[in-house]
Design a protein around this ligand. Structure first.
Ligand code: FE2
Length: 355
């Protein structure tokens, strides 16, 4: 049976109520966004595909049903990220240790891009089958998520070829090889990829058979997370985010709904530039408006407005969040807050049509 989507309900409290018992604190890189408490039961989504088509995120509690079978792999990967955080990880050695005994993968070097201040190391591999090289230039890249030194969140992204030239667009056979590389390094990918009820739901939403590529493993560190953004890319139908350990909180909603919320919430000169939802929609595409950036990523009033609109989701181990992407204005925007005292573990995959 396909996992059931639900819409949770939360009550927002101001930063002064942060110490309140049982409240989840939304804080990112020193900015307090308030605290939230669950308010009543989550309501079921009656028609998941209609919801998806409307660019609404789909929250699937406890969809990763095989979690107990992967507890060893999850523990091992949390340790990988914790060693990276404390500068005790040889990433290249770790990747090859994990692939030991498999003839399918051949080391192809490692590099550090000095122009990318977040990159720690990129490890390259070629794939071979029956003694023949089937895909070259696959890579696993370990990097910090944020530039700010007070956020120790990390990620490992799997892809191939040149990042600068966006080689990952349009090369399905290499994408499939990069997916197999990710699966070999992090076998816990199986929690999502071998989860038939979940992949059946994804095919139902996209209306065709799917592949899960451009895989990223995340370790969001306490007090860290991601600013408001979208993941719209040509050919990418959406993003599948699975929480494997720990907790994260998400503000996630269709871009048009976010435009309406920022238009309602803005004050002063910014309010004039956001005087209609249509103008706000265009402003969201700009990255050069500091006042809008402060409203989106540093203003508890907007966070409160979004929580009131039921745009907050709290993901615990085993939960999944689907973020649809149909076009530049019809895409779920989202921001992430790390919760808890220890870095969490999650996987995020791009959702593509298989053919
Ligand atoms: Fe994202």
């Amino acid at each position: 049976m396909r996992p059931e989507a639900r819409i949770p309900r939360f009550h927002w409290m101001p930063p002064s109520a942060l110490a309140e018992k049982g409240a989840l604190v939304l804080s990112r890189r020193g900015v307090e966004h308030g605290a939230v408490r669950r308010a009543g039961v989550a309501s079921p989504v009656p028609n998941a595909r209609a919801h998806w088509d409307a660019s609404q995120p789909l929250y699937l509690p406890k969809a990763l049903t095989a979690l107990p079978q992967f507890s060893g792999e999850i523990r091992r990967t949390r340790s990988l990220f914790e060693r990276a955080q404390s500068n005790r990880l040889d990433f290249q050695a770790e990747v090859w240790r994990r692939l030991e005994g498999s003839a399918a993968w051949v080391p192809a070097g490692a590099a550090v891009d000095l122009a990318d201040d977040r990159e720690i190391e990129k490890v390259f591999a070629d794939e071979t089958r029956g003694g023949r090289t089937t895909a070259r230039d696959l890579w696993a890249k370990l990097s910090w998520i944020a530039r700010e030194p007070n956020d120790e969140s990390l990620r490992v992204r799997f892809s191939f070829g040149s990042e600068f030239h966006d080689d990952w667009h349009g090369n399905r056979s290499h994408a499939a090889a990069a997916d197999r590389f990710a699966q070999a390094v992090f076998p816990e990918c199986g929690l999502i990829t071998d989860n038939a009820p979940l992949t059946d739901l994804l095919s139902h939403l996209v209306r065709r058979s799917i592949r899960l590529s451009e895989r990223i493993a995340f370790a969001n560190a306490p007090g860290g997370g991601a600013r408001f953004h979208h993941d719209h890319e040509t050919e990418q139908r959406g993003v599948v985010f699975g929480q494997l350990a720990g907790k994260t909180a998400w503000l996630a909603l269709p871009k048009r709904a976010l435009a309406e919320a920022v238009s309602d919430t803005a004050r002063g000169p910014l309010a004039r530039s956001l005087s209609s939802t249509a103008r706000a929609l265009r402003m969201l595409d700009r990255h050069d408006v500091p006042a809008l950036d402060r409203l989106l990523n540093g203003n508890p009033r907007l966070t409160q407005a979004l929580v009131d609109r039921r745009a907050l989701y709290v993901l615990s181990a085993g939960d999944v969040l689907l973020l649809p992407s149909h076009g530049p204005d019809d895409v779920a925007w989202h921001s992430v807050f790390a919760l808890g005292a220890r870095p969490s573990l999650a996987h995020s995959y791009g959702l593509f049509a298989a053919r």
